[in-house]
Design a protein around this ligand. Structure first.
Ligand SMILES: Nc1ncnc2c1ncn2[C@@H]1O[C@H](COP(=O)(O)OP(=O)(O)OP(=O)(O)O)[C@@H](O)[C@H]1O
Length: 504
């Protein structure tokens, strides 16, 4: 045995020596020939192709979408075949993934393929700024004879299936930006929680026609990738939701995000202090997301400059030319956003800034502004093309009430509905107030008690409104009569004056 090892060692040393000589003294063409020949020889002994899919790629170590898709695709194979597994808790269920150094087998059109999860052995001398897991990769091994089928069909099949599984099990997130002023380590970064709001269009109390219009618009938008690419615009749509407090603006935002299965980015603009911070936040917004700026009229004092310009007869495009978008945003960033009347920034400027940043990325995004005072907003914002859909959320009507009664009390008709219908026509009450009164106040409260409580509230509110109107009428009457007194006084004075003139 010793002799065999000795012979093998000396042959290997001779081969290595010959290879070194070839590399040093032989021309490149000859080297290539030898390399090809040796590769063919190696293929005879190991005729397999290996493909690596790293978890992070590129200079900035971006997550490799192929890695995530493969991970999803292999989930069921892993739970059936792998001996070492990792477990995660996703969407109230357990998700099993194969552990490192494990292998699973797949079959596609009669071809046998092996998937393994590997980790590169790290060079202890080199310093890495990325977590240990960034060196993980999936290794796909198959016979070289199937190279064509694997690279053309199998890999597409894996990526498509993996993406579809990913979408199904995706946990959506609600992102918010750092809202502490002064020193905050997370400035310009998003922090998130899992988004699990139960709102949906089914539970939203709203005019059914308006609801259908929104659903149709969202569906069209979500399928319009090619259309936006063709017209050369970022795949983005703007929604303006307005109406009194408690009419369901935030609920509609949640219902939209749930309908499209998008993440939500809730931007607190008053907490953004520099232009760089705003840019960083906007760049960090991923595709398939709803970007929300709530109470836009309170977030930024953006109307001042715009109003002046509009009043003085200058068009909005002209105004945009005076200060570039970048200047506008920088000027806001330089000052305190809130109450900075001298700021040159306009909402349209902010929207253009967003457009500029997003035009460089391909994903779809919805931007939603909410306000209680639509009349306070800049005309440029109101114009279509910037905020494509304007949705007014108003006081509760009978259709809205029926929806809430169905959700909260599980009733679709009741003898008290007629009375409620009549009262709703005569009173302004928000869906939030209706919902509050329909909620049982004690355990096992029956439907009738809840509806009667609502009727009581509607009657009180109607009476309050009547008294208020009466008071206002009286005040107007007093003012008018005050006005008349002074007119009579004036007449009396005039008469006296004329008498005096006559006397003289
Ligand atoms: N249209 C609606 N349909 C169903 N529920 C509603 C509706 N409007 C309000 N509600 C209920 O009232 C609560 C408050 O509503 P929401 O926060 O959406 O109102 P809002 O218009 O955003 O108010 P604000 O302007 O004060 O932010 C919600 O949690 C929801 O339960």
């Amino acid at each position: 045995m010793g002799e065999i090892w000795g012979l093998f060692g000396s042959k290997l040393a001779s081969l290595l020596f010959m290879w070194a000589m070839i590399q040093r003294y032989f021309p490149h063409q000859l080297q290539n020939l030898i390399y090809k020949f040796s590769e063919k020889l190696a293929n005879l002994f190991y005729p397999y192709v290996e493909i690596k899919f790293f978890e992070y790629t590129g200079e900035y170590m971006k997550t490799n979408e192929a890695f995530s898709a493969i991970e999803n695709y292999l989930t069921s194979l892993s739970s059936n075949q792998a001996k070492k597994l990792k477990c995660e808790f996703v969407k109230q269920s357990l998700l099993l993934k194969m552990d490192e150094q494990e292998e699973v087998y797949d079959e596609f059109e009669g071809i046998k393929l092996t998937w393994g999860l590997r980790k590169l052995i790290r060079n202890t001398k080199s310093v890495s700024f990325y977590p240990a897991e960034d060196k993980r990769y999936y290794l796909l091994t198959f016979h070289c004879r199937y190279r064509g089928v694997v690279t053309k069909s199998y890999l597409n099949h894996v990526l498509e299936q993996g993406k579809a599984i990913g979408l199904r099990k995706r946990q959506r997130k609600l992102y918010t930006n750092c809202t502490s002023y002064g020193d905050c380590d997370n400035k310009g970064r998003w922090s998130h929680v899992i988004f699990e709001h139960p709102a949906s269009f089914e539970t939203l109390a709203m005019d059914p026609h308006k609801k259908k219009e929104i659903i149709d618009d969202l569906t069209t938008f979500s399928k319009a990738k090619e259309y936006y690419a063709r017209i050369g615009k970022p795949w983005k749509r703007g929604y303006l939701l307005y109406g009194p407090p408690g009419t369901g603006k935030s609920t509609l935002v949640a219902a939209i995000a749930n309908f499209l299965r998008y993440d939500i980015y809730d931007i607190e603009l008053t907490a953004v202090q520099t232009n760089a911070e705003l840019r960083k936040l906007l760049i960090g917004i991923t595709s398939k997301s709803v970007v929300v700026i709530e109470d836009i009229d309170c977030s930024l004092e953006l109307t001042g400059q715009r109003e002046t310009n509009l009043d003085s007869g200058k068009g909005e495009e002209q105004n945009n030319m005076v200060t570039s978008v970048k200047e506008q945003v920088e000027s806001v960033a330089a000052g305190n956003f809130k109450g900075n009347r001298s700021s040159k920034v306009t909402l349209s400027g902010l929207l253009n800034f967003i457009d500029g940043i997003w035009s460089a990325s391909s994903g779809e995004r919805l931007i939603i502004f909410t306000t209680n005072y639509v009349e306070k907003l800049d005309q440029a914002l109101i114009r279509r093309g910037r905020m494509d859909m304007h949705v007014e959320l108003s006081y509760c009507g009978f259709e809205g009430f029926k929806m809430l009664a169905k959700n909260y009390l599980s009733v679709e008709s009741h003898y008290l509905f007629d009375a409620i219908c009549g009262l709703l026509e005569e009173t302004n009450i928000t869906p939030a107030d209706v919902a509050e009164n329909l909620m049982p106040k004690v355990a096992c409260e029956d439907v009738e008690t809840s509806l009667k409580r609502l009727i009581q509230v509607l009657r009180s509110s109607k009476e309050e409104a009547r008294l208020k109107a009466k008071k206002e009428e009286e005040n107007t009457g007093t003012n008018e009569s005050n006005g008349q007194d002074s007119l009579e006084d004036k007449k009396e004075k005039d008469a006296k004056y004329k008498e005096l003139v006559k006397e003289h």
